[in-house]
Design a protein around this ligand. Structure first.
Ligand code: PXL
Length: 280
């Protein structure tokens, strides 16, 4: 069985970061090793959340794994609380990367043109260096603009997205994937760039007019799970984009839908079936 290490916080309630990565990647038939960087009562969109930083545990935990000779097929990072944590994570990449380890970075730090409350421009610059140590990065347009210094636009064309992807690729990763890219009315999806092949790829889906927290983490979990299960980047992005859109649609059917996250639990059986079909 393949094995992914994912490094993110535990937001105990909130349907994001590790509480979505662990169930989704496990359901995709991949062992999921977790490295919790902090424990929060909820994600940071709630008021008055508690937060216990666990960064002093990261080195002892990974040293133990090293002494056991543990290897990972991929290392997937999401929301990281501080710049120091990003530096520690870079060392983990250097310690555990082999020729067969995919480094997948989701620089989760903002949306809709703004950084999350905990972050500033210096944090965004540090996240850009983490992207430089990755094979695959999956920012949204907000995160990409902060990391590259490009202008953030709500309305844009394909040229803008291609330029942003090229700028992202200069950070260092071979494959850059922009999420939340809408290239025509009623559609939304992802666009990627493989700098070694100098090739763009694009997948657009019907747009669902609702925005929920945690959907970026859901997309990334499925994308990295799909790649590790042997899907091409393009097929993996398609699986992840379809699952995210279907999950939002499913959530909207629930009259008691929670505002803080999506009902991804309801769509896991379909994800498992779609993955089985895709890897045939
Ligand atoms: O979904 C990204 C995320 C993860 N973890 C925490 C967050 C957020 C987004 O706000 O607050 C703690």
């Amino acid at each position: 069985m393949k094995r992914i290490l994912t490094i993110q916080d535990v937001s105990c309630l909130g349907k994001c970061s590790l509480t979505v990565a662990l169930p989704i990647i496990s359901a995709m038939g991949v062992e999921t090793v977790i490295l919790p960087t902090a424990v929060l009562s909820t994600h940071t969109m709630f008021k008055n959340f508690t937060c216990k930083d666990l960064s002093d545990q990261i080195v002892p935990i990974t040293e133990h794994w090293k002494s056991e000779g543990i290897k990972f097929d991929a290392i997937y990072t999401g929301y990281l609380g501080t710049e120091e944590e990003i530096e520690t994570v870079k060392k983990i990449f250097a310690d555990f990367k082999t020729d067969d380890t995919l480094i997948f970075v989701d620089p989760a730090m903002g949306d809709n043109g703004k950084l999350y409350p905990a972050f500033d421009e210096s944090y965004a610059a540090k996240n850009a260096t983490l992207c430089g140590a990755a094979d695959v990065i999956v920012p949204n347009i907000t995160e990409a603009a902060y990391m590259t210094g490009a202008e953030y636009k709500e309305e844009y064309d394909e040229e803008y997205v291609k330029n942003l992807l090229k700028k992202l690729s200069e950070l260092g990763a071979r494959t850059s994937i922009l999420t939340g890219v809408s290239l025509s009315a009623g559609k939304t999806g992802v666009m990627g760039y493989d700098k070694e092949k100098d090739e763009f790829f694009n997948y657009q889906n019907d747009r669902v007019d609702a925005a929920y927290h945690g959907t970026g983490d859901i997309f990334s979990s499925v994308a990295v799970g799909g790649i590790v299960r042997g899907l091409s980047f393009h097929d993996s992005m398609k699986l992840a984009a379809d699952y995210t859109a279907d999950t939002i649609r499913e959530t909207l059917k629930n009259p008691a839908e929670p505002w803080y996250g999506v009902d991804f639990e309801a769509t896991i059986p379909q994800l498992v079936a779609d993955l089985a079909e895709a890897v045939k």
